[in-house]
Design a protein around this ligand. Sequence first.
Ligand SMILES: Nc1ncnc2c1ncn2[C@@H]1O[C@H](COP(=O)(O)OP(=O)(O)O)[C@@H](O)[C@H]1O
Ligand SMILES: [Mg+2]
Length: 374
Amino acid sequence: MRLRQLILRKFRNYENLELSFYSDLILFVSPNAHGKTNILESIFMSCTGRSHRTSKDREMIKWGEEEASIRTMVDKQLGASEIAISLHARDKKKVLINQNPVNRLGELMGHLNSVMFSPDDLKLIREGPAERRRFIDIELSQIRPRYFYYLQQYNRILSHRNNLLKSIQTKPSLAGTLPVWDNQLAEAGSYIIRQRKLFHDSLQTIAQEIHNQMTHGSEKLTLEYKSSIPFQTGSMDEIREQFLKVLEERRKEDIERGITGRGCHRDDLLFQINGADVKVFGSQGQKRTTVLSLKLSGLEYMFKETGEYPLLLLDDALSELDQDRQQMLMEYIGKVQTFITLTDVNQIPEQKRKNAQIFKIQSGTAQPMASISF
Ligand SMILES: Nc1ncnc2c1ncn2[C@@H]1O[C@H](COP(=O)(O)OP(=O)(O)O)[C@@H](O)[C@H]1O
Ligand SMILES: [Mg+2]
């Protein structure tokens, strides 16, 4: 898929920005704090309906304004489409696809897909399991809207169940209604776990291959999907049964603590290099390489599942990587439409730059530059 046009109105520090893309390599160049990441953020919003760096839509509206909008024109194998998102200071965001209002955010999923890579992604290794679940959820939601629905549903049921657990503490007779919620949680949860397991299996193979290439065969990367619901075959039925069993076994403890202690909201993805946990034993370089392997395998996975590569969004990603890793990323340019933010255009080899569109970003404006002028 290709992004052909991006129009921002009152989005972050852009009053009015209209960009057309005809190349597969687009560079946004400026010193810091001029608005490069803001552009990638708007593209990411068009893919997922959410920002990659804030959960508050309001923050993306230009200061002092009430509304902002992002409009994109997308070319896919099946034809062109237009995605329009408007943000409102006092109202929910609105999404239109080909001018038709979308009632549920899930309907946006799959129209435009992307994989974002930024220095912040080291969080994926360093921080807790929530970051890693987020990675899985963003990947799967983009290619499988159904996954997104189940996830929303799961979170809703979970929050009801947790409220009920707390109420049971003071009113034990309410415990009779718990099985209803358990069933619903296990129903949505078993779908999610099964999809995560399948995703893990594919990703493992692809990431291993990419990591192997990047380290010239010296490192073997292994991914482990760690679910708090134990299962053997991984069929939906088996997972559902196991899910219910775990909920039953832990019922007393859950009531005491007023919280659901097991389920998809506790899943994790672990990384090992040559058998050692990357989070604990990995060097800074190994952590970066692991994240890159993961992101690039996410990209290949999307291709495998949808037949089209997503957009690759690289936010200040090059400066952090050594020559070999940079080389690996460069190989994707040409195969995948890639948007790169950087402070120095020379970070991109001249050979690649020849066909690039280069925009000089300056305090909320984007000036197209011929590659020669740098
Ligand atoms: N809602 C907003 N309204 C206006 N300006 C904003 C808003 N949010 C961020 N900015 C401005 O955007 C700039 C940062 O943009 P960013 O894309 O992160 O820069 P960089 O070029 O370093 O990637 C800062 O100057 C900041 O003040
Ligand atoms: Mg930035």
